[in-house]
Ligand binder design. Structure first.
Ligand code: UDP
Ligand code: MG
Length: 323
């Protein structure tokens, strides 16, 4: 039949949804995805829900959705691995010619995908959504996030897009490139930049979460920040070297000063305060530099163990025809 031939020639658009305890947002999300699906006629859709070890009903709900909608697929990880790993797993299983990553909490409006597709059809490999505003997030979070990206941008040679999350459309070749990264400690935002290819930004207003609560806390964000910096640049190591050089130079100048002073005026016993300052300061600097080296060493240790990135508990299989 004619329409069947038509179907085969259609490209596949996959939407990856990492979810961790998102039972409250899921109905809203599915509703919006269905409405979006009605507007997309030229693509075969695949909604790949990645269950990142949710302890609530998220997976059951997705399974129910799959029974009524064949476009819904799911990949369930054996425990909570974090969003970065969940995305990594999804890249391995996704079938789309074009792939969109979207949060389950509707902070990224699915309607934007229509606009992303336009650019994809023009030949862009990475259409990323840049936040014009972030509603429902505290002033402190916006401020710290902005400062972090500034710092990262300054210290790493790879341009990292500012005010950009993981909400983006990637072409098949971009996905293949991302799959080839073997690292276990992933900082996906940086990887998007590293792969290169044709990129374009589209701007949007980030909505507040539709339901449920954020899975991030300041401790986790801090970890992600350290991850971002140490997996992307050797700048902290270099900075330690510079601090070392500068303190040595200062020490030499001071030593010369003391030597001359002693030769001219003889030895005077006081000097406890200055001695203490120098010892404490140097001790501090040394510990700091050791910490920095330790951070990188730890990373090498983890990578050297080469443990598997994730384990799959269940995969629904896709409903999309793959040759
Ligand atoms: N998420 C996940 N694993 C986690 C934490 C979060 O898959 O360990 C998912 C979460 O369900 C959501 C997305 O990642 O779809 C973004 O998380 P969240 O909304 O908590 O982050 P925020 O938007 O506050 O940065
Ligand atoms: Mg969110």
């Amino acid at each position: 039949m004619l329409w069947e031939d038509d179907d085969v020639s259609k490209e596949v658009l996959s939407i990856i949804i990492p979810m961790y305890n998102e039972e409250e947002s899921l109905p809203y999300l599915y509703d919006r995805l269905v409405r979006l699906g009605d507007k997309i006629e030229n693509y075969t859709l695949e909604f790949l829900f990645v269950n990142d070890g949710s302890s609530d009903n998220s997976l059951t709900m997705v399974k129910e959705l799959r029974e009524i909608d064949a476009r819904v697929c799911y990949l369930s990880l054996s425990r909570n691995f974090g969003k970065e790993v969940a995305m990594g797993a999804a890249f391995d299983y996704v079938n789309g010619d074009a792939v969109v990553i979207i949060d389950a909490d509707l902070q990224d409006p699915p309607e934007l995908i229509l606009e992303m597709l336009k650019y994809y059809e023009e030949g862009y490999d990475d259409v990323y959504a840049k936040r014009k505003s972030r509603e429902g997030e505290t002033w402190l979070k916006k401020m710290t996030s902005k400062t972090f990206y500034r710092v990262l941008h300054t210290v790493s040679r790879v341009p990292i897009q500012q005010d950009t999350g993981d909400f983006r459309l990637l072409s098949r070749r971009a996905i293949e490139a991302l799959k080839s990264f073997p690292e276990k400690q992933r900082y996906t935002k940086g990887m998007f930049s590293l792969i290169g290819f044709k990129k374009i930004a589209i701007e949007f207003d980030r909505d507040p979460r539709v339901a449920g609560s954020t899975k991030w806390n300041y401790f986790k964000l801090m970890e992600l920040a350290v991850e971002g910096i140490t997996s992307f640049t050797l700048a902290p190591l270099r900075i330690s070297t510079y601090i070392g050089i500068i303190t040595s130079l200062c020490a030499m100048v001071y030593a010369t000063f003391i030597f001359i002073k002693t030769v001219i005026y003889g030895i005077d016993v006081p000097g406890y305060a200055s001695l203490m300052c120098v010892v404490l300061f140097l001790g501090g600097v040394q510990l700091l530099c050791l910490g920095v080296i330790g951070e990188y060493l730890g990373r090498i240790f983890i990578e050297a163990k080469a443990r598997p990135l994730y384990f799959i508990d269940e995969y629904s299989g896709t409903s999309v025809d793959i040759e």
